[in-house]
Design a protein around this ligand. Structure first.
Ligand code: GTP
Ligand code: SPV
Ligand code: MN
Length: 594
C-alpha cells in the first residue's frame, strides 16, 4: 500500500520479531471490514447480535483477567528516569525493548499481522497526527476502525514521512504477569503485550493521544488532555464550548451528551458533543484556546447508560457497535447491563461467558455477580450520535470559553467553584482527587489524587506537566475561565445529593453566566462559589435551595485535611512541582485557617 521506506523497514523488523504467517494491510474499505467481521464471528472472537434490534452489532468478551487498564504495568521509557517522573512507572528503554522482545518473539506464529494506518484528528488539520498499529487481533482492528480514521487515505497522507507513531500490539498468552503497556516517547513508539482490552490495546487512544501526545505537546507548545468537549447552544443560536476533565468513569461521556432539562430544552437550548474523552488543545490566532477531539468514535462505559441517564449514548449504540464484556440476553440475542432497565434477562450469559442468574446480584460484589462487568464498554461511531456537533470535523477546532475539572468526591468538594485566574485554575486541576473506578485494575472507591484526570496518562514528569500548564497560560491572551465541579457528594446514607446527568446543565449555565460576567459569586477560601439562588432548581423534584446550600458548602476542616494530603502528594511528585503552585497551596492553607 506504500513505498514509504521508514514504514516498510519498521514493519519488516517487527515481522521478523513476531513472525506472522501473513501480513494484511487495513485499507478502510467496507468489503475488507465486513470480511474481518465474518472471520471474527467464525472463530468466536465476536458474536453477531440480533440484526433487527442491533444491526451490524457484535459482542466480544475479553479474558477474565483482562477487563481494564493496568496502571501498575504501564511504563514510560525515557532515557533518563527523572524525565518520566515519580508518578509514572519507568523502565530503561533498552532494557524494556529487550525484555518485551522476548515476550513478542514468534507470538504471531500461525496468526496474521494486521497493519492499521490511522490518524488522530482529521487529516488536513494542523492538529492531526498519524500512527500505525500492528496487531494480531481482529477485535483491535475493528475497534480502531470505529475509534480512529483508518486506511489507505491515511498512508497516502503520510507520504514518505517518518513522522508517525509506531505501535506494536500482541495478545500473546494474555498472561497478566507478563502484561506490559510501554511508551517510548523519545522514539514515538508504543509496545503493548499480553492484553486484549480497550485502553491497553487500542493504541491510538490513551497510549498515543494522551501519553505520547502529552509529551509531544509539551515539546511543541500544545496540550493533550483527558477531556470531553461540548457545545452549549442558546435560544439565539450562539454556541459556547466547554471542555471538562473528569477521571475515568466519572461522567465525561454523560456530560458531553447531556439532554437539557425541560425548562432549558423548551426554551431552545441544545447541547452538542464534540468529544467524550480526549481533547487536543492549541492557542488560536485570536489568542483563544481551540480544541479538537482526535477520536472518531466513543469507547463508553455501558453500565448506568439508559434512556433517561444518557439517551444519546444509548442511541449511538443501536447500530454498527461493538459491545465488550456486557451481558448477553440469549432469548432475543441482545445485550444488557446493570442500569439499562429493571428487567434483567432470565436466560443470559454474563460477561465471563457463564450462565447468569440475575437473582444472585449483590451490589457489594459487582464483579462476580453482575451480568455485565462494571467496566464493560460500547465502541460506537461518533456519526451515530444524535447530538454530534456540526464542528466535530472542524479543522481548526472549537474555541473554549470554560475548562472544568471534576472528580468523584463523597465529601469536601462543592457542587461547583470557580478559580481566580489561570494559575489558580492550574492549581485547582493539580489538586484534583477522585474515588477510583473499575476503569483501571485495582481497588474501587479509594480517594486518590488525580491531577487534571491525567495521573495515568501524562507521558512525562507530573511536575513538568504542571509547569507546562502554567506556561501555556502565559501564551493565551484570552484564556478560558477554569472551574471545578463535583456531581457525587453523598448524604449520611450514602445517596448522591445532586441529581446529576441532564441536570448538570444547571451548573453549566452558571458557569457560562460567570464567563459572560452576568452573575455574581461568593468568595470562599477555595475560590468563588455561586450564591445558592443562582443555581436554577426550577422543575427539580426534591431539591430545595437548602439542598443547594449544602452542596455548595465549603468545610474548612475537611479541606485542611486535604491540604495535608496535597502536600504529601506534591512531595511525592518531587522537586519539579512549580513554585507558583506551592504559593497557591500556601494561600489556600492561609485562607482556610483565617
Ligand atoms: P471514561 O470513558 O472511563 O474516561 O469515563 P467517562 O468519564 O466518560 O465516564 P461516563 O460518562 O461513562 O460515566 C461513568 C459512570 O458515572 C456511569 O456509570 C454513569 O452512570 C455515572 N455518572 C455519569 N454522570 C453522572 C452524574 O452526573 N451523576 C451520577 N451520580 N453518576 C454519573
Ligand atoms: C478510561 O479508562 O479513561 C477510558 C477507557 O476512557 S480506556 O480506553 O480503556 O482507557
Ligand atoms: Mn477515559
Amino acid at each position: 500500500m506504500t513505498n514509504n521506506k521508514h514504514v516498510l523497514d519498521w514493519i519488516k523488523s517487527m515481522a521478523d520479531l513476531v513472525n506472522p504467517d501473513q501480513i494484511v494491510w487495513i485499507d478502510g474499505s467496507e468489503e475488507q471490514t465486513e470480511a474481518l467481521r465474518k472471520e471474527a464471528c467464525a472463530t468466536g472472537e465476536l458474536e453477531a447480535l440480533n440484526p433487527e434490534l442491533y444491526p451490524n452489532c457484535y459482542l466480544h468478551r475479553t479474558a477474565i483477567n483482562d477487563v481494564a487498564r493496568v496502571e501498575h504495568r504501564t511504563f514510560i521509557c525515557t532515557s533518563k528516569k527523572e524525565d518520566a517522573g515519580n508518578i509514572n512507572n519507568w523502565m530503561d528503554p533498552k532494557e524494556c525493548y529487550e525484555k518485551l522482545s522476548k515476550l513478542y518473539k514468534n507470538s504471531y506464529k500461525g496468526r496474521t499481522m494486521y497493519v492499521i494506518p490511522y490518524s488522530m484528528g482529521v487529516v488536513g488539520s494542523d492538529f492531526a497526527k498519524i500512527g500505525i498499529e500492528l496487531t494480531d487481533s481482529i477485535y483491535v482492528v475493528l475497534n480502531m476502525i470505529i475509534m480512529t480514521r483508518v486506511g489507505k487515505k491515511i498512508i497516502d497522507a503520510l507520504g514518505d514521512s517518518a513522522d508517525f507513531v509506531k505501535g506494536l500490539h500482541a495478545v500473546a498468552d494474555c498472561d497478566d504477569e507478563k502484561r506490559y503497556i510501554c511508551h517510548f516517547p523519545e522514539d514515538n513508539t508504543i509496545w503493548s503485550v499480553n492484553s486484549g482490552y480497550g485502553g491497553n490495546v487500542l493504541l491510538g487512544k490513551k497510549c498515543f493521544a494522551l501519553r505520547i501526545a502529552s509529551y509531544l505537546g509539551r515539546k511543541e507548545g500544545w496540550m493533550a488532555e483527558h477531556m470531553l468537549i461540548l457545545g452549549l447552544e442558546n435560544p439565539q443560536g450562539e454556541v459556547k464550548y466547554i471542555s471538562a476533565a473528569f477521571p475515568s468513569a466519572c461522567g465525561k461521556t454523560n456530560l458531553a451528551m447531556l439532554i437539557p432539562p425541560a425548562i432549558y430544552k423548551n426554551a431552545g437550548y441544545k447541547v452538542w458533543t464534540v468529544g467524550d474523552d480526549i481533547a487536543w488543545i492549541r492557542v488560536g490566532e485570536d489568542g483563544r484556546l481551540y480544541a479538537i477531539n482526535p477520536e472518531n468514535g466513543f469507547f463508553g462505559v455501558a453500565p448506568g447508560t439508559n434512556e433517561h441517564s444518557n439517551y444519546n449514548a444509548l442511541m449511538t449504540t443501536k447500530k454498527n457497535c461493538i459491545f465488550t464484556n456486557v451481558c448477553h440476553n440469549l432469548d432475543d440475542n441482545s445485550v444488557w447491563w446493570e442500569g439499562l432497565d429493571n428487567n434483567p434477562p432470565k436466560n443470559a450469559v454474563n460477561w465471563k461467558g457463564e450462565k447468569w442468574d440475575y437473582t444472585k446480584y449483590d451490589k457489594a460484589d459487582k464483579v462476580n455477580t453482575s451480568g455485565a462487568h462494571p467496566n464493560s464498554r460500547f465502541t460506537a461511531m461518533a456519526s451515530n450520535c444524535p447530538c454530534i456537533s456540526p464542528e466535530f470535523e472542524s479543522l481548526k477546532g472549537v474555541p473554549l470559553t470554560a475548562i472544568i475539572f471534576g472528580g468523584r468526591r463523597a465529601k469536601t468538594a462543592p457542587l461547583v467553584y470557580e478559580s481566580r485566574n489561570w494559575q489558580h485554575g492550574t492549581f485547582v486541576g493539580s489538586i484534583m482527587a477522585s474515588e477510583t473506578t473499575a476503569a483501571a485494575a485495582g481497588a474501587v472507591g479509594v480517594v486518590r489524587r488525580d491531577p487534571m484526570a491525567m495521573r495515568p496518562f501524562v507521558g512525562y514528569d507530573m511536575g513538568d506537566y504542571f509547569a507546562h500548564w502554567l506556561n501555556m497560560g502565559k501564551k493565551i491572551p484570552n484564556p478560558p475561565k477554569i472551574f471545578h465541579v463535583n456531581w457525587f457528594r453523598t448524604d449520611a446514607e450514602g445517596h448522591f445529593i445532586w441529581p446529576g446527568f441532564g441536570d448538570n446543565m444547571r451548573v453549566l449555565m452558571w458557569i457560562l453566566a460567570r464567563c459572560a460576567g452576568e452573575v455574581e459569586a461568593v468568595e470562599t477560601a477555595i475560590g468563588f462559589v455561586p450564591k445558592a439562588e443562582d443555581i436554577n432548581i426550577e422543575g427539580l423534584d426534591g431539591v430545595t435551595i437548602d439542598t443547594i446550600r449544602e452542596l455548595l458548602s465549603v468545610d474548612n476542616a475537611s479541606w485542611l485535611e486535604d491540604v495535608a494530603n496535597i502536600k504529601e502528594f506534591y512531595a511525592q511528585i518531587g522537586d519539579r512541582v512549580p513554585a507558583e503552585l506551592y504559593d497557591e497551596l500556601a494561600t489556600l492553607e492561609a485562607n482556610l485557617k483565617k
